[in-house]
Design a protein around this ligand. Sequence first.
Ligand SMILES: [Zn+2]
Length: 337
Amino acid sequence: MQPVSFEFRGFNHELVEQLAERISKALKGYEFKGFLVGCTFEDYLSDEGKEMLKKKFQPVLVRRLEEGLGVKADYSNADIEILVNFNQDLVYFIVRSIYIYGRYKKYVRGLPQTKYYCFKCKGKGCAYCNYKGVLSEESVEELIAKHALPMFFAKYAKLHGAGREDKDVRMLGPGREFVLEIIEPRKRSVDLKKLEKKINKAEKGKIEVIGLQYCEKEKIREIKGKRNDKVYSALIVCGKEVSDEELKELLAEYNVRQRTPQRVLNRRADIVREKKAKIIEAKKKDSNTIELKIRAEAGLYIKEFVSGDDGRTKPSIAELLGIKCECKELDVIDIIK
Ligand SMILES: [Zn+2]
């Protein structure tokens, strides 16, 4: 929200009226249940002087705003913070975000979870990205946000996921947990069942959201801290035909030592992770294609567990079979609670 200015000519009745009027005008169209007022008095005032104004001036302004806005001040549960800065003669507003918890499923490949910023210009816009700043037109975040934003009369939203899958990986099974943060909403009471239906109708075949509900900000930390095992279905192209015996021998649990994959080295530290992986099903699709169901500990890079990543992941499916293996398609099919 843009700050609004005022003219300061002393702490008097006119100032209260002027502030109340400008603040009320700026907040027109915003829905909020509680607000709080904070004043930053002029720097040259003594601490005693500031303390006195805080006790005398601030409550008068708060009372006048309660009347004018028809909303009670609530310091422990404020949807809007009104910050009056007497050094700048400006009033700033902080509108509390809204947080919506839910799970999403992703039925298509090539769809990233969040906006994919152009790596050449880092979002500023350049010839490479057609001056858009982003490399993908769509993301799970955008497909959800574009329906939520108009209902909350907001401009921006951010998706916080409980981890993320690669953009070419489908997210099936129970779906992935997320919190959608609506930034600076004007409307706060929206029927989330309606929103859920709207998204699922318009984005059918691409994504689906489940169990939307309001939550607190702390939920983001909670879901980001979860380290659930996942079950993947991997379609693997092999360098030569694999026999049924060889497939059967794959069915076991492995302690995998995995160095950070080469493809993410520019973003992640080069460390060795030790993760468990269990092959629970192995099927032949055609002469050189197999399908594996793999249960893996959170954080294991599955594509590299398949290919071996030039010896950086040990053991790997390629190493176990003694041939070249490449993960052609990957789906998350279950998340173990
Ligand atoms: Zn660019």
